[in-house]
Design a protein. Structure first.
Length: 132
């Protein structure tokens, strides 16, 4: 039995320009804001206060094939071109993570040591939210 998943890349940084982050990663941000901007809902309605850090989220893809580990492996390969940029983001206080929403059904997934090492080398953490 397979399972469904959706993966995004979230990047938080103390003060990076979101446009520069998107250019450095080489992807179009689904949502972003810069430190100091007025807070807004996803629909654009104003909220009280300002953002305390810059943020970008990139949709990386989804599947219903139960092959999440392979999807992450392929995604890491595609992001390798941005390795130096990612190191610079982390060196200057940035945090990056794959954010996975997952409908596991009756099957789990193994993230082998090679996959985890590749994420560590690139400097990307892993967050998983199972959907029930």
């Amino acid at each position: 039995m397979t399972f469904s998943y959706k993966v995004s890349l979230q990047i938080k940084h103390p003060d990076a320009d979101p446009k520069r982050v998107a250019a450095g990663i080489g992807l179009r941000a689904k949502r972003s804001w810069a430190v100091g901007e007025e807070r807004r809902t996803p629909k654009g309605d104003p909220l009280p206060g300002t953002y305390r850090e810059s943020y970008c989220v990139f949709d990386l893809g989804s599947g219903d094939d139960g092959e999440l580990a392979e999807f992450l492996r392929q995604t890491l390969t595609k992001l390798e071109h941005a390795a130096e940029f990612i190191r610079e983001l982390r060196r200057t206080g940035g945090k990056l993570n794959f954010y996975v929403t997952w409908l596991p059904n009756e099957r789990g997934e193994v993230f082998d040591v090679e996959l985890l090492a590749a994420m560590a080398r690139l400097g990307i953490d892993l967050g998983i939210e199972p959907l029930c």
